[in-house]
Design a protein around this ligand. Structure first.
Ligand SMILES: [Zn+2]
Length: 311
């Protein structure tokens, strides 16, 4: 009995020490993870602006500036560390030489966790900067698509259509990280707000059509992003991390049958309609990885998976 209570006393002491450590840590360190996309960046209205041969270089500056505004707001609101994850296209858009030097950047593709690479339970909040509405969610959603335009028509988690903002906020919830801020058009603000009560939204444009928007001038938009980012941080205790429902059954509608069929090479993936696949994962992170894998296969299959082998 005595030994037992000594052991319990030790454990209790250790618990208290651990609690103190975390309390001190939480008073000291506030880490923000910024996942950045491009379609919802202030000034962006058409797909041509983001194509390499067009005005893409110009829009890389604008993207970096919106991200900088979010970083500035985060530090103003009490953040002590910021990690930025470039999550658009080939995931190397943000200009590191123009990035606020207080932040670090995850750049480049070949990532297991796609737009959330490096996110873990040490973070205190997620910002979604430059995001856009889901494919087909609203006819006004500027450049609306879901992860891979030309490949994905709709993604449903447990029957619920999900855009990138909603999916990423759900995965962050797995790590106990609340989604605090979304920036982009009014459509993504509404879509994210429906799933995440209390999320701050910086609406930098009003959607007119998939390829048209009423734009707020970038200088004004950046002030708004900074202000909302700071406000989001200050109220972070009031926004709960999403408790994603598990297991997760993911349905993915592809644009063509060849994209869907090739994903059935993965174990557990079944074709439920000629262009629709289904799989079930035990947790949100696994669901996310499998969903990303299915997209990679689907994109490769668009041109025939071995299309360039003889090139
Ligand atoms: Zn996107």
């Amino acid at each position: 009995m005595l030994i037992q209570s000594l052991v319990e006393g030790e454990q209790e002491k250790k618990q208290i020490e651990k609690y103190k450590y975390f309390k001190q840590r939480s008073e000291r360190i506030v880490k923000i993870y910024i996942s950045a996309d491009m379609e919802g960046i202030s000034g962006v209205a058409t797909q041509m602006q983001l194509k390499k041969e067009s005005e893409y270089q110009r829009f890389r500056h604008l993207m970096t500036a919106d991200v900088n505004a979010a970083i500035e707001g985060a530090f103003e609101g009490g953040a002590t560390e910021v990690v930025v994850c470039d999550g658009h296209g080939n995931m190397s858009n943000i200009l590191i030489e123009e990035l606020d030097p207080r932040a670090e950047l995850i750049s480049g593709n070949n990532r297991v966790m796609c737009q959330l690479e490096g996110l873990d339970d040490s973070f205190d909040g997620l910002f979604l900067v430059g995001y856009h509405g889901r494919e087909g969610g609203s006819e006004r959603g500027v450049l609306n698509h879901t992860l891979a335009g030309g490949c994905i028509q709709e993604i449903r988690w447990n029957g619920c259509p999900m855009g990138e903002a909603e999916i990423n906020a759900t995965v962050a919830g797995f790590y106990g990280v609340p989604a605090l801020l979304v920036t982009g058009d009014d459509v993504v603000a509404e879509e994210a707000g429906r799933l995440i009560p209390g999320i701050e939204t910086a609406v930098v444009k009003a959607g007119v059509d998939r390829f048209a928007a009423r734009l707020m001038p970038p200088q004004k938009a950046r002030s708004l992003i900074r202000e909302k980012a700071s406000a989001a941080l200050q109220k972070r205790e009031k926004i709960s991390p999403l408790a994603g429902e598990v297991p997760v059954t993911v349905d993915m509608d592809f644009s063509s049958t060849n994209q869907a069929l090739m994903t059935t090479t993965m174990p557990g993936v079944e074709l439920i309609r000629p262009k629709t696949i289904r799989f079930t994962a035990g947790d949100c992170v696994t669901a996310y990885k499998w969903m990303w894998a299915a997209i990679i296969i689907g994109m490769a299959a668009s041109q025939g998976v071995l299309g360039n082998v003889n090139a």
